[in-house]
Write a protein that binds this ligand. Structure first.
Ligand code: PLP
Length: 341
């Protein structure tokens, strides 16, 4: 059946697979992992996830290497972050071990959907948790469901690793200064949709949000973290309102390995003038290099990639991280979980 999947042209969408796994928290404890072929959930119409936004998710990937082995990249870091997100919106944190078992299990069950090495595609793992208990009064649920689904996704760059333009708009905030920006929750995404749509209409791939308090510093780049190469250093925003990207953390480590200095600090908008390269980073694309940043309010345009092409440091970092995920380079930092399939 695999022959029918056009791996190279898969969209970043939902492609049905054979199974998903679920686990319910009830009466103060997590139950057994259930395997199901149904892609539907039966919910109480007053469930807290539907009314009060008790929903969180994660995103990670499994890859088939040239050695035939299947690797999941930095799963333990996702396990840690999912617990932080749960605490952030008063949901039940899933134990790390249960999270990892569910991820491994669902990948194994859907082995035939793991794209072959060389296709550029991967198996995207999407864990999510929802509050189940019915409530009309505003309060946290007592019962939760944790689901892990997978779907094969195509290469992010269909026409090769290339630059896109992004924009700064001060009329929108994704999150509040002491709000939920550092948690991976659906609510943050709902709050960013209008801004993203507006940016897309103007021909930009994403909004580079500014810090929501002072509107002076660079913050989150749509659904990804932002970094720039300034004076030869890898500089990325230090902010309480961005999601701690695991990809960004990996890139910082790899940059240090390459002898590049790393700074996590406030980055004022005007510093973009000195950036020789910039990128948005996350699991989906690893790095999406930035061509230009247009400041819509001032009309100023920061041209980052002068020749319109990704710069040498972005390219080197992108290749280094991609090679580790595929098993083509040594996993010196112990980031991969190799599955016994
Ligand atoms: C998931 C996500 C990222 C990227 O995180 P990774 O762990 O690198 O995939 C960045 N920003 C936001 C808002 C996200 O939801």
């Amino acid at each position: 059946m695999n022959e029918q999947i056009d791996w190279k042209h898969l969209p970043f969408g939902y492609y049905p697979t054979d199974y998903n796994v679920r686990c319910t928290f009830k009466d103060g404890k997590w139950g057994e992992i259930e395997v199901t072929s149904s892609d539907k959930i039966e919910l109480h119409m007053a469930a807290t996830c539907l009314h009060y936004g008790q929903e969180l998710f994660e995103g990670l990937k499994a890859f088939r290497g040239s050695d035939g082995k299947v690797r999941i990249f930095r799963m333990k870091d996702n396990a840690e972050r999912v617990r932080s997100s749960a605490r952030g919106i008063l949901m039940e944190p899933i134990p790390e071990d249960l999270f990892c078992r569910m991820c491994e299990m669902v990948v194994k069950l859907n082995e035939r959907f793991i794209p072959p090495y060389g296709s550029g595609a991967s198996l995207y793992i999407r864990p999510l948790e929802i509050g189940l208990s019915p409530s009309i009064g505003v309060k946290a649920a007592k019962e939760y469901m944790f689901i892990v689904m997978v779907t094969p996704v195509g290469p992010y760059f269909k026409t090769g690793f290339g630059c896109t333009d992004i924009c700064i708009m001060r009329d929108y905030d994704r999150v509040a200064p002491r709000g939920t920006g550092r948690f991976k929750i659906g609510g943050n995404y709902a709050a960013s949709l209008v801004a993203s749509e507006h940016a897309h209409e103007m021909g930009f791939s994403a909004v580079l949000f500014l810090d929501p308090k002072e509107k002076k510093y660079l913050d989150e780049c749509g659904p990804a973290n932002f970094f720039a190469i300034i004076d030869g250093k890898y500089v990325t925003p230090k902010s309480d309102s961005i999601l701690p990207s695991i990809t960004n953390r990996a890139l910082m480590t790899l940059a240090r390995d390459m002898g590049i200095e790393v700074e996590e600090r406030h980055i004022a908008v005007e510093e973009l003038e000195r950036a020789s390269e910039a990128g948005a980073c996350g699991t989906a694309a690893v790095i999406s290099p930035v061509g230009k940043v247009k400041d819509i309010d001032t009309g100023k345009e920061y041209v980052i990639a002068r020749d319109g092409k990704p710069g040498p440091i972005c390219t080197k970092l992108y290749n280094a991280l991609s090679d580790i995920r595929l098993g083509d380079a040594p996993d010196n930092h112990d980031w991969n979980t190799i599955l016994d399939i």
